[in-house]
Design a protein around this ligand. Structure first.
Ligand code: HCA
Ligand code: CU
Length: 375
């Protein structure tokens, strides 16, 4: 069954202009823990003293989730992970040709030695270890398998398959993960999928189908560039489409709203699941259907997330939505009046970007010739 590592506090804080305060990080970690994610990646203690202090605070909270600290492959950095009190060091080192040659100026053999030495060192300090071959999706399979198996032999019990640039497609992602699953020594496989082509969650779901164990998420898709899969979308997708019902959905909207507020990264209205419009219906055909049975145009009940459905009234609107809105106002009209009100709404809708409740009441008053007592 799928596991989730949430990296809002590490990958998420790599979002341009996003920096959390220590108390905010602790609050996020507590909410994540109440959701029931298996692992919380709390930061990389080598980034700054404040990041290190936040990891220490979170590690001291006694949360259920395993606390993971990210780390470059150096002894000094791994010492800082140990000092932070985190349960696990997530050691990353790029393995693709372009990163080795143009960024790190290392050969594959040099990388191999640095990686195995670092993993063994972290193990010697009593830390659990995940090894991340950064840019794994552009790393040749032979070297990838060789270096990951060496990391496992040195003591890593998790490998994170990182699609650092988000360049994979679901079908190739599935194949890659399947091959890795077959060729790696026993270990858990994490999936770290970036969303550059909008395929991160689809890739991650295919990776799970291919035999991987864990998906990395952030709240609201934060992260470098366009981020990684959204925690809420991931949980709801697995809950509803794959029958994985182990996570607590109740804190999810609060968590998303809190991160939205303190990150200053505001959700697009049409963002799946958590966006303002996710359960808002507009066209007359849709609203008519939803009023008769919400499942006609809603993939799932918004109440599942403590959300409410909304119906927009404008030129696209039909009779049933207008009638329902008038009933909400406590206004009763005849069939002929209703038809005339809809005509009035369509006329007004042609002239205005948005109609407000007051516009609808004005139109109803004009049509009926009555002063309407709105409840
Ligand atoms: C980065 C590193 C990383 C690591 C992922 C992981 C990536 O480039 O900042 O440790 O699983 O995307 O490769 O976030
Ligand atoms: Cu990343």
């Amino acid at each position: 069954m799928v596991e989730i590592l949430d990296s809002t506090l590490r990958e998420g804080e790599q979002t341009p202009y996003v920096n959390f305060m220590i108390d905010e990080k602790v609050h996020i970690a507590q909410l994540l823990d109440s959701v029931g994610v298996e692992m919380i990646e709390a930061g990389d203690p080598s980034v700054s003293p404040n990041v290190a202090a936040a990891i220490e605070r979170i590690a001291g909270e006694g949360l259920r989730a395993e606390i993971v600290a990210h780390s470059i492959a150096s002894r000094a950095a791994i010492d800082r992970v140990k000092a932070s009190g985190a349960d696990r060091a997530a050691i990353f080192f790029a393995t693709s040709k372009i990163h080795l040659e143009d960024k790190l100026h290392k050969t594959e053999n040099e990388a191999f030695d640095i990686i195995t030495e670092s993993v063994a060192y972290a193990r010697s300090l009593g830390l659990k270890v995940r090894f991340t071959p950064e840019d794994a999706s552009r790393t040749g399979m032979e070297f990838l398998v060789r270096v990951c198996n060496a990391a496992i032999e040195a003591g890593a019990d998790r490998i994170s398959f990182a699609d650092t640039l988000g360049i994979m497609q679901p079908h190739t992602f599935y194949e890659r993960v399947r091959t890795l699953r077959e060729r790696l020594l026993p270990c858990k496989i994490d999936l770290h999928c970036h969303n550059d082509y909008g395929l991160a969650l689809a890739n991650a779901m295919e990776g799970i189908r291919g035999g991987a164990d864990c998906i990395h998420t952030t709240v609201n898709c934060l992260g470098e560039r366009t981020g990684i899969p959204d925690l809420v979308e991931t949980i709801v997708a697995f809950n509803n489409l794959e029958d994985v019902q182990k996570y607590n959905l109740e804190p999810l909207m609060e968590l998303s709203a809190y991160v939205e507020k303190i990150s200053g990264v505001f959700l697009a209205p049409n963002k799946p699941v958590t966006g303002e419009n996710a359960f808002t219906h507009k066209s007359g055909i849709h609203t008519n259907g939803v009023l008769k049975n919400p499942r006609t145009y809603e993939p799932f009940d918004p109440a599942m997330l403590g959300r409410e459905r909304k119906i927009v009234i404008d030129k696209y609107t039909g009779k049933s939505a207008v009638q329902a809105r008038l009933e909400e106002f406590g206004i009763e009209v005849s069939e002929a009046e209703l038809e005339a009100i809809v005509v009035g709404i369509k006329e007004a809708g042609d002239q205005n970007r948005q109609l407000f409740d007051t516009d609808i009441i004005d139109i109803a008053e004009k049509v009926t010739g009555r002063m309407l007592d709105v409840i």
